[in-house]
Design a protein around this ligand. Structure first.
Ligand code: CA
Length: 412
């Protein structure tokens, strides 16, 4: 399978902040299609005899599919990948905020004995594992509540990429057949990612580890199993022991960034010769053999990233996603420190943290907008309220929650 065929998994930690899993704004293309039950049953019946399902017994198949009904809402979500269209500063404001850094420091301390052993065995740094955990499920607080069987069966029979989802559906059935995770615990994102660090079912069979030795690879309820499995995934992706993911750099004045790109790796010495330094002006360290220059937004912070960054990228095929994990992993390993990069993002209206999203909602409620509760989830109703306020304030009415709007509402 080529990279472009891969389904980019929705990030639950982000989804929970932006209400992407809640009912979307009603637009023509969002209307859930009616799915035919007879067609669904016939499709499932046909799948049973195919090569992908050869390892699944008739008993297992019947037990977990007989009562299934298709879920049209997963087809609506199939084409929505909002983290790939958001400005990078909005994306990072939610995924790397004060709360998540504090929770990450606590998680690193709490699970230190297991993380230390995992690091010894796999070479993957404990803070990097914690970074993935925080971005994927908010340290296990948001595993996703959609029944995997229903989602994957629906995606196997309707919509685009059925072949891909059939493989995942078969793998999910095998997880149940082998007893790794109880059926009622096999819930997750609409696309079928599940557990503490949101593996797809096929990823489970490539990377899940029974760390505590009880015979089950339980990446849902057993944190050490899940953390060891995450490390195994990164190790399989080529993670190099002792190497940094990369670092923020300062570009010399007038630097020609045409050679930038994560994949366009050069020796650190060459970057030094080109005039790059660390963000504080000190010389580039030799701790990376080679690195690519990543500039997520022109005029914003720049990073040299090595092979270990590529392993983070491979988790979800997004550079912004990799940067969120990398940045969070740095911050959780420090006792304190500012959340921002040395170079600011090129915007005069930065994004909001989850706490600021909640504050914004409290202000909107106080101004009479019916947005439900201030849960920090920027859903359709919050966006409509934001637009109304933006109009009154003479701002661009785009429904985006940003610092300027928050500051303006605090004043009123
Ligand atoms: Ca286990």
């Amino acid at each position: 399978m080529t990279e472009s065929d891969r389904i980019r998994r929705p990030i639950l930690a982000l989804a929970s902040a932006l209400a992407l899993l809640a009912a979307p704004a009603v637009q023509a293309q969002d209307t859930a299609p009616a799915l035919d039950q007879a067609e669904f049953r016939s499709c499932l019946h046909g799948l049973k005899g195919t090569q992908a399902f050869r390892a699944i017994s008739s008993v297992t198949f019947a037990e977990h599919t007989d009562a299934l009904e298709p879920d049209p809402s997963v087809l609506v979500l199939l084409n929505r990948q909002p983290e790939f269209t958001m400005p990078v500063w909005d994306y990072l404001a939610v995924l790397v905020d004060e709360e998540r850094v504090a929770d990450g420091r606590a998680a690193l301390a709490k699970w230190q004995p297991a993380l230390q052993r995992i690091e010894q065995q796999t070479g993957v740094a404990a803070n990097v594992i914690v970074g993935v955990w925080g971005v994927e499920s908010n340290f296990g607080q948001n595993l996703g509540g959609r029944p995997l069987m229903q989602s994957l069966a629906t995606l196997s029979c309707f919509g685009r990429r059925q072949a891909y989802f059939r493989g995942e559906f078969a793998a999910a059935l095998r997880i149940l057949q082998e007893g790794h995770v109880p059926a009622e615990k096999l819930t997750g994102s609409w696309a079928g990612a599940f557990g503490q660090t949101q593996f797809m079912p096929s990823t489970f069979f490539r990377s899940a580890v029974d760390f505590d030795g009880d015979g089950r690879r339980d990446i849902v309820d057993n944190v050490p199993d899940a953390l060891a499995s995450t490390a195994k995934f990164l190790q399989n992706a080529g993670y190099r022991r002792g190497e940094l993911w990369g670092f923020e750099v300062r570009l010399p004045a007038g630097f020609d960034s045409s050679g930038a790109g994560r994949k366009n790796k050069q020796a650190i010495e060459q970057w030094r010769r080109a005039g790059l330094t660390l963000a504080d002006g000190s010389p580039l360290p030799d701790s990376l053999p080679s690195a690519g220059l990543m500039i997520p937004a022109r005029g914003g912070p720049a990073f040299l990233v090595g092979r270990n960054f590529d392993t983070l990228y491979s988790y979800n095929a997004s550079e912004n996603y990799g940067l969120a994990i990398a940045h969070l992993s740095n911050l959780v390993s420090q006792p304190s420190g500012a959340i921002g990069f040395a170079t600011a993002w090129p915007t005069d209206d930065p994004g909001l943290s989850r706490a600021q999203n909640r504050e914004l909602q409290v202000l909107l409620l106080a101004r009479g907008h019916d947005i439900g509760s201030a849960d920090g989830m920027i859903g359709a109703r919050t966006r409509e309220a934001i637009k109304a306020e933006q109009q009154q304030l003479g701002m661009k009415a785009d429904g985006r929650a940003g610092q300027k709007l928050l500051a303006a509402l605090r004043e009123r």
